[in-house]
Design a protein around this ligand. Structure first.
Ligand SMILES: [Zn+2]
Length: 607
């Protein structure tokens, strides 16, 4: 594990006196300087009872039933009141939920040849959101660098490093933790559909003397239960020597009864001058998921989570005898595999089985059939929920990250990734069977990256590469490997700037030291040219896989390919803004409920 995976870690709770504690994995690679703080700095007056009218925070239809949807708000003022009331309910709900929060940020620098900003460095955070009070800081981290990282970070920030607080990005899920009418002016803008959801759009500005760090910007309120479903702006005014970033925060209707929860946040600054001659230029995506991890909610201490691997309990009735030594060895390995997979799924890092697994399995089957490979037990494919590009095997399960699936340009390049992993299985590269002992699974989830490591040594990597080329050359993909090689060239070109994206957390990166995986494919591929609009070597992040933040189910996004008009639109490996198509759960029956009367729409301003 001494691979320098984690450069820095910070203790969020220590940094801010706030209700929030974001459990962080802080991976830093910042080029510019200064402290950018994006969270509320004011001490909210009487914040403990900020939600007077909020019903008991249950995620059920009951909660919404206390506010009958049929009673439509009759005026703009009433819409404002209802929205504020719902926001208090929302805050109460969020205190009980502990979703995973992932932020991936790219610092940008103008590329002279392309005449467009491109990533120069990147930052990655992964943690669990905890908005209840008095929480420990529990991070997905590695012990080797934890203490060191913190020291290093504080030193750097004083001198020349710019520091993004992960907590700051997490806080963008909340408009104002003490959202009160008396602090704000509200101005009606228009009505507008976001996806299929009709919304009342209004501008919200803090009144004078409302305190620091109030929300300033635009909100979209759905016109049935009056939940805020999107807000776009910043916090204002900022305290001395720190800055609030701009953001566009989206919620999704995740439960019946009008429960809308944070799902996606885009943040960007292109011209924030924070020090003489220094400009902040970055873009960042934050994703939330894992709201419904029942086992974690039941046991909020995150300790001693039992993994009982029910699949390993085989029906022994047809074969009333002991396993042979070889069978016993296989079963032992299988048990380790199932333990790990259960655990990763339980803590929200591995998606439950779903449609994308089948797509991946189809490609693996193509490879096996054309190469006459028969492997028992059957090979399965699963998707890791996170963005960094990695893949690995756990026994006979091939795991590919969501970010990897997003950026791969075509099926042949997907086949390249999967075939490398298939080769590990074919060559009999084993999983460490220490994980077959169930007690090895009794560790708090934030230590996952420390306890689970599926990275291979160089020898096994090279052997798998060699085997994979052999298998690919005997497959339906053999004439289409040009794009796969091109993808690897793009990886190589962007790797120095994207150290936190092009790396492995649990498994292997596409880079093995200085070497690129499957590098022999690069020799036969076309010249990599970022300026050519018809050459797509790698896609932007977020274009293929859609997350259901409630149950972690993944689905493939079905969008028509968009013609690229300039090289700047190619954005390989880059983050982009979000524009999700909002829908209501169980929509149809709800359509006629609570339309906003025309006079509301015509109301010109708030007060
Ligand atoms: Zn490998």
């Amino acid at each position: 594990m001494q691979r320098g995976r984690i450069v820095c870690r910070m203790k969020a709770t220590k940094m801010l006196r706030s209700l929030y504690a974001l459990l962080t994995l802080f991976l830093v690679c910042c080029a510019t300087s200064l402290f950018v703080q994006t969270s509320y700095a004011q001490t909210p007056p009487a914040q403990t009872s900020a939600a007077p009218a909020a019903p008991e925070p249950q995620l059920s239809t009951q909660a919404a039933a206390t506010q009958p949807a049929t009673a439509a708000a009759g005026s703009f003022d009433q819409v404002v009141d209802r929205a504020i009331e719902r926001e208090h309910f929302f805050m109460a709900q969020m205190k009980q939920l502990h979703p995973l929060v992932e932020t991936y940020l790219q610092n940008l620098k103008k590329d002279k040849e392309l005449d467009t900003p491109v990533p120069a460095s990147d930052v990655y955070f992964l943690g669990r959101l905890d908005m209840s009070e008095g929480t420990d800081d529990r991070a997905f981290t590695s012990p080797t660098t934890a203490g060191l990282g913190k020291r290093m970070l504080s030193k750097l920030s004083n001198v020349y490093s710019m520091k993004f607080l992960p907590l700051g990005f997490a806080q963008m899920v909340v408009l104002d933790e003490d959202f009160q009418r008396r602090y704000y002016d509200f101005t009606f803008v228009r009505r507008e559909f976001l996806g299929e959801v009709r919304c009342i759009v209004m501008d919200v500005a803090p009144k004078k003397d409302a305190g620091k760090g109030r929300f300033l910007g635009r909100v979209w309120i759905e016109d049935q239960d009056y939940n805020i479903v999107r807000f776009n702006g910043t916090y204002y005014p900022h305290p001395r020597a720190s800055y609030y970033l701009h953001f566009d925060s989206w919620r999704a209707n995740l439960r019946p009864g009008g429960v809308w929860l944070p799902s996606l946040i885009y943040s960007e600054e292109s011209d924030l001058k924070y020090r003489l001659g220094q400009t902040l230029n970055y873009k960042a995506q934050t994703r939330l998921w894992g709201y419904n991890l029942k086992d974690l909610r039941r046991n909020s201490e995150f300790t001693e989570i039992t993994v009982d691997a029910p699949q390993t309990v085989h029906d022994q009735s047809q074969k009333a005898q002991d396993a042979s030594p070889i069978e016993a060895q296989r079963q032992w390995e299988r048990q380790a595999e199932l333990n790990v997979i259960d655990r990763l799924q339980q803590i929200g890092l591995l998606a439950p089985e779903g449609e994308i697994d089948k797509v991946l399995s189809t490609v693996v089957n193509n490879m096996m059939v054309t190469n006459n490979i028969d492997i028992q037990p059957e090979i399965h494919c699963r998707v890791l929920m996170t963005t960094p590009l990695e893949s690995f095997t756990i026994g006979h399960t091939i795991v590919v990250s969501r970010g990897m699936i997003d950026v791969l340009p075509d099926e042949a390049s997907l086949a390249m990734i999967l075939t490398h992993e298939l080769s590990h299985i074919v060559l009999g590269h084993h999983l460490n069977t220490k994980l077959a002992f169930n007690d090895r699974m009794f560790f708090p989830d934030e230590r996952t990256f420390e306890r689970m490591d599926f990275a291979r040594d160089r020898g096994e990597e090279e052997a798998a590469d060699k085997k994979a080329i052999e298998l690919l050359n005997n497959s339906p993909y053999k004439d289409k490997l040009g794009t796969a090689g091109l993808f690897l060239k793009a990886v190589q070109a962007r790797a120095p700037a994207l150290k936190n994206l092009i790396r492995g957390h649990l498994g292997d990166s596409l880079l093995n030291g200085d070497a690129t995986r499957m590098s022999s494919l690069m020799t036969s591929s076309p010249q990599f040219d970022p300026k050519k609009t018809d050459q797509v070597a790698a896609l932007p992040l977020g274009g293929r896989v859609k997350i259901d933040p409630w149950n972690n189910q993944l689905e493939l996004i079905k969008t028509k390919p968009v013609a690229i008009t300039s090289a700047a639109e190619k954005m390989p490996f880059e983050v982009t803004p979000f524009f999700p198509f909002l829908t209501r759960l169980g929509s149809g029956a709800s359509e006629k409920a609570a339309p906003v009367p025309e006079k509301t729409a015509a109301a010109p301003t708030g007060q």
